[in-house]
Design a protein around this ligand. Structure first.
Ligand SMILES: [Zn+2]
Length: 704
């Protein structure tokens, strides 16, 4: 019990949180007991605290093996911002810089040291000169060739356990599959490691799939409706990333394109600008994102269908790492499916790739909760509907689509199974375009039988019947649509077909867009700017100062004293020291500005006593505050009574003299109604005001 209290005090002091997230406390306890641990947690689940907190409490050094320099730098920045001494040794620093760090390790000035697996030569010298209390292997899936980010240098880590058999080791990863998991434990010699596998559900991410028509316009509308929010658009091709970034910039949204074709220097610059919120939007190929630990990514868009669910889940997982809500949208077109099949064909493991493509296709076409589909893919059994995906929020309505299906199948038959999807749609809708007229298709039966349907709706129906296996796409024959056995059953044997009505998820309207921009003048926005200024001055990303979640709490709670400020989730001792004053000052200025400008007095009244308190803290007397705020002395005094009752640290004796207290004490015995202030007022012949009487009474009551 005592141990747990200690852990929680440390958590609040250094990381600013009151409570642990699921599994964190168990893992930390186990590490402190000297056990090895394998930790599988989704991104954003709070993996790092599992080894950073024990590192603070353990006597010696904690060694952290981490694959990427950018990732190390981020973590070290964040640790230092929390008042924890940490450093890294890697190839980005000079030999003398690295040497200076080793000196500090020896003199025990550093609690956590980050190393790339390639720099393990340092390990030999380190283990001779200092006590290593814990070894953490981050991104441990890099050790496994089963994983998707295999790093050969990671396979050399097996010697660590042999060398220091009694030092606890913790391996952490966000990659779920079982083969990788077992490979990690085996390769690191963690025979008896405790396995901690937390749920892969990221409930704060909303899931939505939209048809790809007009996707550029849809993306523009979406992004414009979210000013100042950071997000990533994943595209399949380099050209798309560039075109889209250009369109966004033309529309006033700051965006950059990122792909493997850019010079390394430019890429790291773009990445840096994204992390520091200078360029909030990135249009990227999947090359982007690995090793970025930016906590305030608010949305992820997939311009194209991803290759598989693993990749998709990893990419959307880059949003909302601070635990706040984040949005994800996947645009889905059949043209992408065709393209992706082409990529997969002839590749090394074609069968696996095509099977994985089928699974993501099923996801995109889902008519039941999308989150359940994802979780079941990762082997988790979900029970209830998530209520945070488009299918849960706008459930599809099924109808008897037999007649529509028959029309479509007849169309395929009349076109002699020689045409792809778009020609089939044009034909059924009675289009008079060149392809149709040149081939004289307008002469055929069933031409125009579906002209009452829009192009988009008809396309969706055809895709639905393809996915139900009622007809097929011949990918090897220029994607011609073909009939099969099931088609015959629908056409001639009375087999019924159920289709779903295309669902229109309401988009952000002009109204909400405007609403969002007026909110810009709110406190959150001012605090966001202050955060950016402080971060820039320190050369760290904004979220290292405070996460979006913490910033939101500050904006909501409006702390105006240090004791209130430290109560905010995400504010620890060091951050209170470093930033408390600036943020409190900004809040007070905001409250004062509001007081002068606002026409909603009710809200002002609520915070009025806080302004009084802020001025009091700056050394003003009751009279001065009254004059400055143009409020009566009585009102100001009543503010102090209120503050006192709210538990704010202040001594009422500052406002009421000993003599007055004594007088009121005497009066209490004599007045007729000691509960009524008026009795006292009259007793003193109106010579002592109400607020002073009240204050004296509060002081007296608190003595008892
Ligand atoms: Zn759902």
């Amino acid at each position: 019990m005592k141990e747990k209290t200690k852990l929680r005090t440390t958590l609040k002091k250094y990381f600013g949180y009151e409570k642990f997230r699921p599994l964190q406390e168990e893992i930390i306890m186990s590490i402190l007991n000297g056990e090895d641990n394998l930790v599988i947690m989704p991104t954003g689940g709070g993996k790092s605290i599992c080894f950073q907190l024990p590192a603070i409490l353990l006597e010696g050094l904690t060694l952290v093996i981490s694959p990427l320099i950018a990732l190390m730098k981020d973590q070290v920045d964040a640790l230092n911002a929390n008042g924890i001494s940490a450093a890294y040794v890697n190839s980005s620093q000079t030999t003398s810089e690295n040497g200076a760090i080793i000196e500090k390790v020896i003199s025990k000035e550093i609690k956590l040291l980050y190393l790339a697996p390639e720099s393990l030569v340092f390990f030999e010298s380190l283990s001779n000169v200092t006590e290593i209390s814990l070894i953490a292997v981050d991104e441990a899936h890099c050790i496994s060739s089963w994983g998707h980010d295999f790093r050969p240098a990671y396979t050399q880590l097996s010697f660590l356990k042999n060398k220091l058999p009694n030092t606890p080791m913790v391996a952490l990863t966000a990659t779920a599959d079982k083969a990788t998991r077992e490979d990690i434990a085996q390769q690191l010699n963690l025979k008896n490691a405790k396995k901690n596998i937390s749920s892969f559900n990221r409930a704060n991410l909303s899931l939505e799939v939209r048809p790809a028509q007009d996707r550029v316009k849809q993306i523009l509308d979406f992004v414009i409706s979210k000013p100042n929010e950071s997000g990533i658009v994943y595209c399949l091709s380099r050209k798309q990333t560039e075109q889209l970034a250009q369109r966004l910039n033309q529309n006033g949204c700051k965006a950059a394109a990122y792909h493997a074709g850019l010079p390394a220097e430019e890429r790291s610059k773009i990445q840096e600008n994204f992390i520091h919120d200078t360029t909030p939007i990135i249009c990227a190929t999947i090359a982007f994102g690995m090793g970025i630990d930016k906590s305030n990514v608010r949305w992820i868009i997939h311009y194209n269908l991803p290759k598989n669910i693993e990749g998709y889940y990893q990419e959307i997982g880059r949003a909302g790492r601070d635990g706040l809500t984040a949005e994800t949208i996947l645009f889905y077109s059949y043209a992408d499916v065709i393209q992706l099949r082409k990529f997969a064909q002839g590749s090394e493991n074609e069968i696996v790739q095509l099977a994985k493509l089928d699974r993501i296709l099923q996801y995109a076409e889902a008519t039941s909760c999308r989150r359940n589909i994802l979780l079941s893919y990762f082997g988790e059994i979900a029970i209830e509907k998530c209520e945070n995906c488009d299918v849960c929020n706008y459930p599809p309505t099924f109808f008897d689509g037999t007649v529509i299906a028959q029309k479509i199948l007849s169309g395929i038959f009349r076109l002699q199974q020689q045409e792809p999807l778009n020609v089939l749609i044009d034909f059924l809708r009675g289009s008079q375009n060149n392809t149709i007229l040149n081939k004289n298709y307008q002469q055929l039966k069933t031409y125009g039988v579906a002209k009452d349907l829009t192009w988009k709706t008809l396309q969706q129906y055809i895709i639905q019947i393809i996915n139900q296996g009622i007809c097929e796409i011949a990918f090897h024959e220029n994607n011609k649509i073909k009939l099969n056995e099931l088609s015959q059953k629908v056409l001639f044997k009375g087999l019924k077909v159920s289709l779903t009505q295309p669902v229109e998820v309401p988009k952000a309207t002009q109204k909400t867009i405007q609403k969002n921009t007026t909110v810009k003048n709110n406190l959150f926005e001012r605090l966001r700017i202050l955060r950016l200024e402080l971060a820039t001055a320190k050369g760290v990303p904004a979220y290292v100062v405070f996460s979006d979640a913490t910033l939101k709490s500050i904006a909501n709670e409006r702390p105006v004293s240090e004791s209130e400020f430290i109560n905010i989730e995400g504010v620890g001792q060091k951050k209170l020291q470093d930033y408390g004053h600036e943020f409190i000052t900004e809040i007070i200025t905001f409250l004062n500005d509001k007081k002068t400008k606002s026409s909603t007095p009710k809200k002002n009244k609520k915070d009025s006593h806080k302004i009084t308190y802020a001025l009091y803290k700056e050394g003003y007397t009751v009279e001065e505050i009254s004059a400055q705020r143009n409020l009566s002395i009585n009102t100001i005094q009543s503010h102090f009574v209120k503050l006192y009752n709210e538990g704010v640290e202040l001594s009422l004796n500052d406002f009421v003299t000993e003599k007055e207290i004594e007088a009121v004490r005497e009066a209490r015995e004599k007045v007729e109604h000691p509960k009524s202030l008026k009795s006292f007022y009259e007793y003193f012949n109106e010579q002592l005001d109400y607020a002073t009487i009240k204050m004296a009474l509060v002081v007296i009551e608190n003595e008892q």
